[in-house]
Design a protein around this ligand. Structure first.
Ligand code: F6R
Length: 608
């Protein structure tokens, strides 16, 4: 989820591109860089850290030239360091390139280029693109006028994966940009044009934009924009007027980062399904870290027991992971709150696998739990979002989730990305080739379309002082997560129980004033949960159920129902999480709470 930008016009490019990456910094902040062209020569400055720190040292605004590209990085391949920072240049330093996305076949391409004599300066997948373009440019027929567009089109035939990139050549007054799976927008000015990963980076200059579609190449000069298919056919331009202002655009038109992040979940799932570890064969290393790994799906099967350690939302993903790992891979698994695990002298052996789940990769208790597991001789594996974070560096192996930067303090898309990775791990440990079905993305989108209905329910129930959340099997960890979402952002008391536990105490709480959110899709425990709902209704409790579309029994029984699409039973958690997040969000918003930065909380909990 890096940010890319481009500028061509009559103003100093350095200052404009610096502003653009400031706006895009939410997409990644490991390293930044800018390339401009001045006097027929490429000028590149790049460094590790946040935009403001790197800029203090490199003074991007002073770069000469009225044409350039810029990048802010969220590391995927290779750690954040000077060598891995974009832009990348070819060996003759004629081309510069910035890239967002993943080139899946980069190892193969790298090998091929190496054999052709190309040497690489970084560990990234992105660098192969610039070398391929340079090679294809030079291979064009000497007698014809060489074309960067043609060299890029040829290169596209060799690339697999998801990407958006911008490339420029020192002797040419144009930017060539391409989109396939990663966002790209062009801003139209007077004798100047802009490119960026999202509108926030160009809206202060123009509100007239063209969204580049997947499989389109753009040729941008200061006076013109042309779009082509990947086969070189010309496409029409559809210019749109943006209605947002800059402040809103930073959240891409969403009122809060949390809402934006909830709506990003289809993209997060798609991104996760594209990662190399989603398709690994039994003997392929599980690790996706920069270090080579000896941990393969084959060797992982020697572990007789899995312990998952995490905190908060990550721990609820872990509890769901326990259910999934046991059910899919047949390996016994337990989930432990990291802060408990670290102080209870757990019994671990060298055939134990300890998995740490963490969005930030910095949570103190999870880190301590991993250190303890290592001391006791267990093998450690991280499911981590922030690349090269402390836990990612301390575990023996790491699977990076593909949520991108999560800014809202309440975790939403990171939770979903953790679930997707747990599914992938469970399938891999089971030695099964199967992965998540791609139609899950469509079903998540359909569930997001329930937003207005859920907002109306929030209006109806926001006065309640207490809520109960219930569910069985995988719906129980979801109940815990739903209750946590509600309490942390709306400050309403909410408790979650396995539905079968109600009659062992909590049912005493049930009254008209305490609504219950019952997670009740048509799965193996549907009838059992239905009986628990009956018990609540018999005591005048209000029930808001989350169920499967077309379920008339649930509709008749409950006060309100949120219907999600029918999916394969095992994948229900991916759709059921959405209404829980949206319900909490809208209640907090109606109550005018600080949704993105709730009181007393921080995004990264680095103290115990
Ligand atoms: C809740 C939330 C927290 C985190 C917890 C662990 O919405 O975000 O409960 O899940 O603090 O954080 P990470 O995943 O960074 O270890």
């Amino acid at each position: 989820m890096c940010g890319i930008a481009g500028y061509i016009g009559e103003q100093p490019a350095g200052a404009l591109l610096l502003n653009a990456i400031r706006q895009l910094e939410y997409r990644g902040y490991d390293s930044v860089g800018i390339a401009t062209i001045h006097g027929g020569t490429l000028h590149v400055r790049k460094g590790v850290g946040k935009v403001s720190d790197v800029n203090a040292a490199l003074r991007f605004a002073e770069m000469a030239g009225t044409l350039g590209i810029s990048h802010t990085r969220w590391s995927t391949h290779g750690k954040p360091c000077q060598e891995n920072a974009h832009p990348f240049v070819d060996e003759r330093q004629e081309f510069a390139l910035v890239h967002n996305g993943i080139i899946e076949n980069y190892l193969e391409l790298k090998e091929k280029l190496r054999k052709e004599g190309v040497s690489f300066s970084s560990e990234t997948d992105s660098e192969v693109i610039v070398h391929l373009i340079a090679r294809n440019y030079r291979h064009q027929h000497e007698s014809e006028r060489r074309s960067i567009k043609e060299a890029v089109l040829k290169t596209l035939q060799e690339l697999q994966g998801a990407y958006a990139f911008c490339v420029l050549h020192q002797a040419s007054q144009e930017i060539i940009a391409v989109r396939n799976g990663s966002p790209l927008v062009i801003g139209l000015g007077e004798r100047e044009n802009f490119l960026a990963s999202d509108v926030s980076a160009l809206i202060q200059h123009t509100k007239r934009v063209i969204y580049v579609n997947d499989f389109e190449l753009a040729r941008v000069t200061k006076d013109a924009v042309e779009l082509f298919s990947f086969h070189g056919e010309k496409h029409p331009l559809h210019v749109k007027d943006i209605k947002w202002d800059l402040e809103q655009a930073q959240k891409q038109g969403y009122k809060h980062f949390m809402l934006k992040e909830i709506f990003e979940q289809p993209e997060v799932i798609a991104e996760s399904l594209r990662t190399p570890h989603s398709a690994f064969a039994p003997f392929v290393p599980l690790s996706f870290a920069s270090e080579p790994s000896t941990f393969t799906t084959q060797s992982a099967r020697r572990y007789k027991h899995i312990t998952i350690v995490a905190c908060g939302t990550a721990s609820y993903a872990g509890l769901l992971g326990k259910y999934l790992l046991e059910r899919i891979s047949g390996i016994p698994a337990v989930n432990e709150i990291a802060s408990e695990f670290r102080y209870r002298d757990p019994l671990l052996e060298n055939n134990s696998l300890v998995i740490a789940i963490s969005q930030s990769g910095e949570t103190a208790d999870t880190l301590a739990a991993i250190r303890l597991a290592k001391e006791k001789g267990a093998r450690t594996l991280g499911i981590i979002n922030v690349v090269d974070s402390t836990i990612a560096r301390e575990v023996a192996d790491v699977l990076y989730t593909r949520a991108g930067p999560e800014i809202g303090v309440a975790s939403t898309k990171a939770f979903t990305a953790q679930l997707v990775t747990l599914y992938q791990l469970a399938f891999a440990l089971a030695g099964k080739k199967s992965d998540l079905p791609f139609d899950i993305i469509e079903n998540v989108k359909k569930t997001l379309a329930l937003n207005e209905h859920i907002k109306q329910l929030a209006q109806k129930y926001y006065h309640s002082q207490n809520f109960l959340y219930i569910g069985r099997n995988t719906n129980f960890p979801l109940a815990l997560e739903g209750a946590l979402k509600l309490k942390e952002i709306s400050y309403i008391h909410a408790e979650a129980y396995p539905a079968g536990e109600l009659k062992h105490g909590p049912i005493a709480l049930v009254s008209e004033e305490m609504p219950t959110i019952a997670i009740c899709p048509q799965d193996a425990v549907y009838q059992k949960t239905l009986s628990n709902i009956e018990e609540i209704k018999a005591r005048n409790g209000k029930v808001i159920a989350i169920g499967t579309e077309g379920d008339t029994t649930l509709q008749k029984l409950c006060d309100d129902v949120i219907f999600v699409p029918k999916v394969d039973e095992i994948f229900y958690p991916l759709v059921l999480a959405i209404p829980l997040q949206l319900f909490a969000y809208h209640i907090a918003d109606i109550k005018e709470c600080d949704v993105d930065q709730p009181r007393n909380l921080a995004k990264s909990v680095t103290v115990e």
